[in-house]
Design a protein around this ligand. Structure first.
Ligand code: 8LH
Length: 465
């Protein structure tokens, strides 16, 4: 086998073809697994030979990292965590000893985009970057993009790999790319006018930004469905596109198809979880591009289809800074391809509900496990919801309280008191805890141009002090 595959091919399928590579995408899963384990073997051997970090990390394992030939052997390798990366990069700045190429051969440097703590640093070689572009293009083909499409990217061009990965894919596919960005003051108003003028066929961004964009368009007298006329919007970065009522709201507001995508910056190509144009909700797991396991959050054991667990990712062809068994900390469920109601014919497993949150986003309130995306789903399903909310959790004595600040729509048919009671009732029946609800006017809460940050857990602040 050729490992890694040569990067830089310009060939593209016929625009009428459903698939970029029919054999790869529709082959029997067993056949795919044979190829995956060979690639895993090559990837682990490569990392072991070229990275002092991995040699140290695997010094105590009972298998030979230079000769992994089965999934059973692979599953004996230790899990790599975000803290491992941070610690390694602190001790061996800036890249850590994951880096398997000379620093001078790094073509691009990215990093985590958070504002607190030491950022994680990602050095990516040119071959890897070219392969990332090709894989993203392949996956975007399944979303329905074709070379004659015009695509606007409306997420920030900062260290965030979401925007750059989408750009690499859209460029490789041969679309007309409009890398507009987001995050500057007044940029959303400008986006509305550019989109109305340029009529892109597709948009990439975060789902919460799409809703803000749609709301801004309406305020400026545009009908996003009529005046924008998107064919498809593809999203990543946060739950939303697979939160059923949020997805429906975006589909209705823009009258277009919605596709959910995304794993993590560490793993780029992060579109290896991606819906296709036929999938009603959720994402296929393109596990011959990035190998994905679903592991038990407590025991780290591999889970069967149907179970809920933590996606854990392994690069299959990364020469610069490979990640092997990287623990995402996210929570999802998965199912076998033939249990999924998708007519695309691809034989990948599916995450039918997308990624509904990070394990550490889960709020435990009075013994109930609550994901913010569950609350989002209930609120978006209410006709008079004003499109934004906040969650505040506080400890009052021995009891935790769930407080919700919820916007009511300007043109609501229910009065504020009635809306207040409805929210209390709907949320209680969904999550099992009665919230204290404060109703505010539409537009009162800040909108995001990137990933939404809606939760304040004051219990954590109390612990930190
Ligand atoms: C998601 C989703 C999704 C990511 N549904 N949660 O978006 C692409 C990549 C580059 C990205 O967002 O990476 P980043 O900034 O490292 O964040 C990763 C986290 O974002 C991931 O662990 C998830 O919690 C979340 N995320 N895509 C739900 N489609």
């Amino acid at each position: 086998m050729n490992w890694p595959t040569a990067a830089g091919s310009d060939s593209r399928p016929d625009p009428d073809s459903e698939y970029w590579d029919e054999r790869q995408e529709t082959r029997p899963p067993g056949e795919r697994r044979d190829e995956i384990i060979e690639k895993i073997g090559e990837q682990v051997r490569y990392a072991y030979d070229n990275s002092e970090f991995y040699r140290e990390f695997y010094s105590d394992v009972d298998v030979d990292p230079r000769n992994i030939t089965s999934f059973e052997e692979f599953e004996q390798l230790p899990i790599l965590s975000s803290d491992d990366i941070k610690q390694e990069q602190k001790e061996h700045p800036p890249f850590g000893r994951f880096l398997c190429i000379d620093e001078e051969d790094i073509a691009r440097i990215y990093g985590t985009s958070g504002t607190t703590g030491r950022p994680k640093v990602f050095g990516i070689g040119q071959d890897d970057w070219d392969r990332i572009g090709e894989w993203h293009a392949q996956i975007l083909w399944s979303v329905g993009l074709r070379p004659d499409d015009r695509v606007i990217i409306t997420s920030p061009f900062i260290q965030y790999l979401g925007s750059w990965g989408a750009l690499a894919g859209v460029d490789h596919l041969g679309c007309t790319t409009f890398p507009f960005g987001a995050g500057m003051e007044g940029q959303t108003e400008q986006a509305v006018e550019w989109i109305a003028d340029l009529q892109p066929d597709a948009l990439y961004g975060t789902p919460s930004y799409a809703l803000y964009l749609g709301e801004t368009a309406e305020e400026r007298g545009h009908d996003p469905a009529e005046d924008f006329d998107f064919k498809v919007m593809f999203f990543s970065g946060e739950p939303g596109a697979s939160v059923p009522s949020t997805r429906r709201q975006i589909e209705t507001m823009f009258d277009c198809e919605v596709v959910d995508q995304g794993s993590m910056a560490e793993m780029t190509p992060w579109m290896s979880n991606s819906g296709c144009r036929h999938l009603e909700n959720g994402m296929h797991v393109w596990n011959d591009i990035v190998y994905t396991e679903l592991l038990d959050p407590d025991t780290e054991e591999s889970l069967e289809y149907g179970a809920e667990g933590v996606p854990t990712y392994t690069h299959l062809e990364r020469t610069s800074q490979p990640m092997i068994r990287y623990w995402s900390g996210d929570i999802t469920t998965w199912e076998r391809h033939d249990e999924t109601d998708c007519e695309c014919g691809r034989t990948y497993p599916t995450l039918p509900k997308g990624i509904y949150g990070r394990a550490d986003d889960m709020l435990v309130i009075r013994g109930k496990n609550i994901f913010p995306s569950q609350i989002e789903d209930q609120l978006h399903a209410l006709d008079d919801y004003g499109d934004e909310f906040r969650i505040v959790v506080e400890r009052e004595g021995a009891l935790d309280s769930l407080q919700l600040v919820v916007e009511v729509a300007d043109d609501a048919e229910t009065g504020p008191d009635e809306f207040h009671d409805l929210v209390r009732q709907e949320i209680k029946s969904e999550v099992g805890v009665t919230p204290d609800v404060t109703v505010v006017k539409q537009g009162e809460l800040d909108r995001t141009q990137f990933k939404a940050d809606r939760v304040k857990d004051k219990r954590e602040l109390a612990i930190d002090v």
